[in-house]
Design a binder for this molecule. Structure first.
Ligand SMILES: [Zn+2]
Length: 257
Protein backbone atom coordinates (compact mmCIF):
# COMPACT_ATOMS: atom_id res chain seq x y z
CA UNK A 1 0.00 0.00 0.00
CA UNK A 2 0.90 3.63 -0.31
CA UNK A 3 0.77 6.02 2.61
CA UNK A 4 0.91 9.63 1.47
CA UNK A 5 2.61 11.44 4.33
CA UNK A 6 2.18 14.68 2.44
CA UNK A 7 0.86 15.60 -1.00
CA UNK A 8 2.35 19.09 -1.29
CA UNK A 9 5.39 20.07 -3.34
CA UNK A 10 7.24 23.06 -4.64
CA UNK A 11 8.53 25.95 -2.59
CA UNK A 12 5.27 27.81 -1.88
CA UNK A 13 3.24 24.79 -0.85
CA UNK A 14 6.24 23.88 1.31
CA UNK A 15 6.82 27.20 3.07
CA UNK A 16 3.11 27.72 3.73
CA UNK A 17 2.40 24.04 4.48
CA UNK A 18 -0.87 24.41 2.55
CA UNK A 19 -0.40 20.72 1.97
CA UNK A 20 2.11 18.69 3.94
CA UNK A 21 5.46 17.88 2.35
CA UNK A 22 6.50 14.54 3.82
CA UNK A 23 6.63 12.41 0.66
CA UNK A 24 5.16 8.91 0.76
CA UNK A 25 5.76 5.47 2.18
CA UNK A 26 5.50 2.31 0.14
CA UNK A 27 4.68 -0.65 2.35
CA UNK A 28 4.93 -4.24 1.15
CA UNK A 29 4.75 -7.51 3.02
CA UNK A 30 8.45 -7.27 3.83
CA UNK A 31 9.48 -3.62 3.88
CA UNK A 32 8.44 -0.01 4.36
CA UNK A 33 10.27 2.55 2.23
CA UNK A 34 9.99 6.30 2.79
CA UNK A 35 10.37 8.28 -0.43
CA UNK A 36 11.30 11.96 -0.35
CA UNK A 37 10.84 12.95 3.32
CA UNK A 38 10.46 16.72 3.06
CA UNK A 39 9.57 19.13 5.89
CA UNK A 40 7.15 17.68 8.41
CA UNK A 41 7.60 14.04 7.40
CA UNK A 42 7.89 12.55 10.88
CA UNK A 43 5.23 14.75 12.49
CA UNK A 44 2.77 14.02 9.68
CA UNK A 45 3.45 10.30 10.01
CA UNK A 46 2.73 10.49 13.73
CA UNK A 47 -0.40 12.62 13.27
CA UNK A 48 -1.72 10.07 10.77
CA UNK A 49 -1.47 7.49 13.54
CA UNK A 50 1.30 5.50 11.94
CA UNK A 51 4.63 4.35 13.32
CA UNK A 52 7.47 6.76 12.65
CA UNK A 53 10.12 4.09 13.22
CA UNK A 54 8.69 1.26 11.10
CA UNK A 55 10.82 2.12 8.10
CA UNK A 56 13.46 0.01 6.36
CA UNK A 57 14.79 2.40 3.75
CA UNK A 58 14.87 6.12 3.05
CA UNK A 59 14.94 7.16 -0.60
CA UNK A 60 15.71 10.72 -1.75
CA UNK A 61 15.15 11.35 -5.46
CA UNK A 62 17.02 14.66 -5.60
CA UNK A 63 18.48 17.31 -3.36
CA UNK A 64 15.67 19.88 -3.23
CA UNK A 65 14.41 20.74 0.27
CA UNK A 66 10.81 19.63 -0.32
CA UNK A 67 12.27 16.15 -0.91
CA UNK A 68 15.07 15.78 1.62
CA UNK A 69 14.97 18.04 4.71
CA UNK A 70 13.86 15.24 7.06
CA UNK A 71 16.10 12.56 5.58
CA UNK A 72 18.40 12.66 8.61
CA UNK A 73 15.64 12.32 11.19
CA UNK A 74 13.92 9.54 9.26
CA UNK A 75 17.30 7.78 9.14
CA UNK A 76 17.42 8.20 12.93
CA UNK A 77 13.91 6.73 13.18
CA UNK A 78 14.96 3.82 10.97
CA UNK A 79 18.06 3.13 13.06
CA UNK A 80 16.20 3.42 16.39
CA UNK A 81 17.81 6.71 17.27
CA UNK A 82 21.13 5.81 15.69
CA UNK A 83 21.63 2.84 18.00
CA UNK A 84 20.96 0.07 15.54
CA UNK A 85 22.91 -0.20 12.31
CA UNK A 86 20.02 -1.13 10.03
CA UNK A 87 18.15 -0.19 6.87
CA UNK A 88 19.24 1.61 3.74
CA UNK A 89 19.65 5.11 2.45
CA UNK A 90 19.26 5.34 -1.32
CA UNK A 91 19.46 8.52 -3.32
CA UNK A 92 20.57 10.50 -6.32
CA UNK A 93 24.30 11.22 -6.61
CA UNK A 94 23.57 14.72 -5.29
CA UNK A 95 21.72 13.40 -2.25
CA UNK A 96 24.40 10.85 -1.38
CA UNK A 97 27.69 12.39 -2.54
CA UNK A 98 26.75 15.97 -3.27
CA UNK A 99 26.97 17.64 -6.69
CA UNK A 100 28.73 20.82 -7.75
CA UNK A 101 28.66 21.97 -11.34
CA UNK A 102 27.37 24.50 -13.84
CA UNK A 103 23.79 23.90 -12.77
CA UNK A 104 24.56 24.74 -9.14
CA UNK A 105 25.39 22.93 -5.96
CA UNK A 106 23.14 20.25 -4.48
CA UNK A 107 23.49 18.07 -1.38
CA UNK A 108 24.75 15.91 0.15
CA UNK A 109 21.66 15.65 2.34
CA UNK A 110 23.12 13.54 5.18
CA UNK A 111 25.88 14.42 7.62
CA UNK A 112 28.78 11.94 7.75
CA UNK A 113 27.31 10.70 11.02
CA UNK A 114 23.88 9.98 9.51
CA UNK A 115 25.51 8.40 6.49
CA UNK A 116 27.22 5.90 8.78
CA UNK A 117 23.99 4.75 10.47
CA UNK A 118 22.24 2.61 7.82
CA UNK A 119 23.52 -0.77 6.78
CA UNK A 120 24.31 0.72 3.38
CA UNK A 121 24.14 4.11 1.70
CA UNK A 122 23.77 3.87 -2.06
CA UNK A 123 23.81 6.44 -4.88
CA UNK A 124 21.86 5.43 -7.98
CA UNK A 125 22.20 6.75 -11.51
CA UNK A 126 19.60 6.06 -14.18
CA UNK A 127 19.64 2.35 -14.99
CA UNK A 128 21.17 1.30 -11.65
CA UNK A 129 19.17 -1.09 -9.48
CA UNK A 130 19.05 -1.88 -5.78
CA UNK A 131 17.01 -4.52 -3.96
CA UNK A 132 15.47 -4.08 -0.52
CA UNK A 133 13.56 -7.15 0.67
CA UNK A 134 10.80 -7.89 -1.85
CA UNK A 135 11.29 -4.55 -3.66
CA UNK A 136 13.75 -3.74 -6.45
CA UNK A 137 14.36 -0.12 -7.33
CA UNK A 138 15.61 0.93 -10.75
CA UNK A 139 16.60 4.58 -11.11
CA UNK A 140 15.12 6.48 -14.07
CA UNK A 141 16.24 9.80 -15.56
CA UNK A 142 14.67 13.18 -14.87
CA UNK A 143 15.00 16.66 -16.34
CA UNK A 144 14.89 18.99 -13.38
CA UNK A 145 16.96 21.61 -11.52
CA UNK A 146 19.15 19.00 -9.86
CA UNK A 147 20.92 17.38 -12.83
CA UNK A 148 21.49 14.12 -10.95
CA UNK A 149 17.84 13.74 -9.88
CA UNK A 150 16.26 10.35 -10.49
CA UNK A 151 12.84 8.74 -10.53
CA UNK A 152 12.26 5.07 -9.77
CA UNK A 153 10.72 2.02 -11.34
CA UNK A 154 9.84 -0.17 -8.39
CA UNK A 155 9.41 -3.86 -8.97
CA UNK A 156 6.92 -5.37 -6.53
CA UNK A 157 5.60 -8.88 -6.28
CA UNK A 158 2.56 -8.26 -8.50
CA UNK A 159 3.12 -4.74 -9.73
CA UNK A 160 5.55 -2.42 -11.40
CA UNK A 161 5.26 1.01 -9.83
CA UNK A 162 6.80 4.02 -11.52
CA UNK A 163 7.50 7.11 -9.42
CA UNK A 164 8.34 9.99 -11.75
CA UNK A 165 9.87 12.25 -9.08
CA UNK A 166 10.21 15.84 -10.30
CA UNK A 167 10.76 15.96 -14.04
CA UNK A 168 9.40 17.56 -17.13
CA UNK A 169 7.76 15.47 -19.81
CA UNK A 170 10.29 13.72 -22.04
CA UNK A 171 10.25 10.50 -24.00
CA UNK A 172 11.90 8.63 -21.15
CA UNK A 173 8.93 9.36 -18.86
CA UNK A 174 6.57 7.79 -21.38
CA UNK A 175 8.98 4.84 -21.82
CA UNK A 176 9.27 4.26 -18.06
CA UNK A 177 5.48 4.29 -17.67
CA UNK A 178 4.82 2.10 -20.69
CA UNK A 179 4.74 -1.26 -18.87
CA UNK A 180 4.06 0.06 -15.35
CA UNK A 181 0.89 -1.01 -13.55
CA UNK A 182 0.92 1.76 -10.94
CA UNK A 183 2.02 5.34 -11.54
CA UNK A 184 2.91 7.86 -8.85
CA UNK A 185 3.30 11.17 -10.65
CA UNK A 186 4.52 14.45 -9.23
CA UNK A 187 2.08 16.78 -10.94
CA UNK A 188 2.93 20.24 -9.71
CA UNK A 189 0.72 22.30 -12.01
CA UNK A 190 -2.92 22.01 -13.18
CA UNK A 191 -4.25 21.90 -16.74
CA UNK A 192 -1.69 22.85 -19.37
CA UNK A 193 0.02 25.32 -17.03
CA UNK A 194 3.48 23.90 -17.66
CA UNK A 195 6.66 25.11 -15.92
CA UNK A 196 10.22 24.03 -16.49
CA UNK A 197 11.25 20.86 -14.70
CA UNK A 198 7.74 19.73 -13.71
CA UNK A 199 4.70 17.89 -15.00
CA UNK A 200 1.27 19.45 -15.43
CA UNK A 201 -2.05 17.60 -15.73
CA UNK A 202 -1.96 17.61 -19.56
CA UNK A 203 1.51 16.02 -19.48
CA UNK A 204 0.17 13.30 -17.22
CA UNK A 205 -2.70 12.58 -19.62
CA UNK A 206 -0.16 12.09 -22.40
CA UNK A 207 1.85 9.64 -20.28
CA UNK A 208 -1.20 7.64 -19.18
CA UNK A 209 -2.59 7.42 -22.71
CA UNK A 210 0.65 5.83 -23.94
CA UNK A 211 0.91 3.31 -21.10
CA UNK A 212 -0.38 -0.21 -21.83
CA UNK A 213 -0.78 -1.80 -18.41
CA UNK A 214 -1.67 1.00 -15.99
CA UNK A 215 -4.31 0.08 -13.42
CA UNK A 216 -4.05 3.09 -11.14
CA UNK A 217 -2.54 6.54 -11.16
CA UNK A 218 -1.72 8.57 -8.06
CA UNK A 219 -1.16 12.29 -8.44
CA UNK A 220 0.86 14.05 -5.75
CA UNK A 221 3.43 16.84 -5.10
CA UNK A 222 0.87 19.57 -5.65
CA UNK A 223 1.96 23.19 -6.02
CA UNK A 224 -0.15 26.19 -5.01
CA UNK A 225 -1.85 26.63 -8.39
CA UNK A 226 -2.79 22.95 -8.44
CA UNK A 227 -4.10 23.14 -4.88
CA UNK A 228 -6.25 26.16 -5.78
CA UNK A 229 -7.60 24.49 -8.90
CA UNK A 230 -8.47 21.34 -6.92
CA UNK A 231 -6.36 18.17 -7.31
CA UNK A 232 -9.50 16.01 -7.07
CA UNK A 233 -11.04 17.75 -10.07
CA UNK A 234 -7.81 17.39 -11.99
CA UNK A 235 -7.67 13.67 -11.17
CA UNK A 236 -11.25 13.27 -12.39
CA UNK A 237 -10.37 14.90 -15.66
CA UNK A 238 -7.35 12.59 -16.12
CA UNK A 239 -9.56 9.59 -15.44
CA UNK A 240 -12.20 10.80 -17.90
CA UNK A 241 -9.67 11.44 -20.63
CA UNK A 242 -7.73 8.16 -20.19
CA UNK A 243 -10.13 5.63 -18.68
CA UNK A 244 -7.56 4.79 -15.96
CA UNK A 245 -8.47 5.10 -12.27
CA UNK A 246 -6.80 8.28 -11.05
CA UNK A 247 -6.49 9.36 -7.45
CA UNK A 248 -5.41 12.75 -6.11
CA UNK A 249 -3.34 11.90 -3.03
CA UNK A 250 -4.53 13.35 0.27
CA UNK A 251 -2.33 14.08 3.25
CA UNK A 252 -2.15 11.21 5.70
CA UNK A 253 -4.23 8.82 3.60
CA UNK A 254 -3.46 5.19 2.89
CA UNK A 255 -4.31 3.61 -0.46
CA UNK A 256 -4.27 0.03 -1.62
CA UNK A 257 -2.40 -0.58 -4.83
ZN1 LIG B 1 12.55 19.41 -7.10
Amino acid sequence: MLFFVGSGGGRFAMITQTRRTGGFRLETEEVSIHFDPGPGALLATRLAGRSTTAVDAVVVSHAHPDHYTEAEVVVEAMTRGGIKNRGYFVGSASAVEGYKGEEGSFGPVLSDYHRSLPEATVALEPGDTFTIGDVTLEATPTVHGDPTGVGFRVELEDDLLYYTSDTELRGFVIDAAEDATILVANVTRPGSDRIRGHLCTSDLVEVVKEARDLRKVFMTHFGMKMIKRGPGREANSVQKRTGVTTVAARDGHVYDL
